[in-house]
Write a protein that binds this ligand. Sequence first.
Ligand code: SAH
Length: 245
Amino acid sequence: MQPASVDFLIQLAMQAEAQPLISHFRLAPARALSPNAPAQLFTGTAHGRSIALVTHGRDPHFHCDRIGTETATLVAHLAICACHPRLLVSAGACGGFQTQGGAIGDLYMPTRFFFHDQRVAIPKLEQFAIGDCTVSDHPAFRAAMRAKHGICATGSSLDATPSEMALFARERVTCKDMEAAAIARVARDHAIPFIAVKVVTDLVDDHEPAESAFARNLSKALVRLVDALDALIATQVSSQVAPPG
Ligand code: SAH
């Protein structure tokens, strides 16, 4: 069964990111969102609120999680249409920045999102490609999760070029991921309130490659993510949450 509407829709790219949340909230598998997309939907309740959790699913050809912006867009759209959430949450791992005070396990709730690797030097298309989007802050959520403020840069690569590193420094980016700006755009299309909750698994400005730091730190970082999302769902929000502007 798919829910008619839910309080929280939580979107995660990877099954490994989602599993601790599925266990913690005792979520049950729901009907597939589409026969043509491997995304997986889970539902349940916690603290008296209804929750849907969606993962991007495993690619049937490459046998790995469908991380990244293309799937993020598709899955956000399908899951919003199926679940009609009151709040959409892009959750999961991100790269952090020591130069911005970031450390492994830090939890961010960024309010600005943009694409850092979509370069189109044509008026209007350039702004569209960068997709700069600022969402409303929600102090009650932030306080409940003890989340840091931040700026999230989204792209299609785990590594970063020297020019992207310069851009991150110029824009004081605190989180680098592969989904959030895409999901923010879909939330705006649907006029659905949106937040991102990102936990640092690796440091972009450290000498260690992201892939090895990610693997080593993921499970510890996810403990912090579960704790934060539990606190988020327990928060009674009286104020209206606004869609991305
Ligand atoms: N090494 C992992 C793959 C991680 S891909 C594996 O073998 O399965 C990175 C995922 O975590 C993406 O969904 C992305 O949103 C997030 N992420 C974590 N650190 C990142 C970084 N430094 N840059 C971009 N995305 C990052």
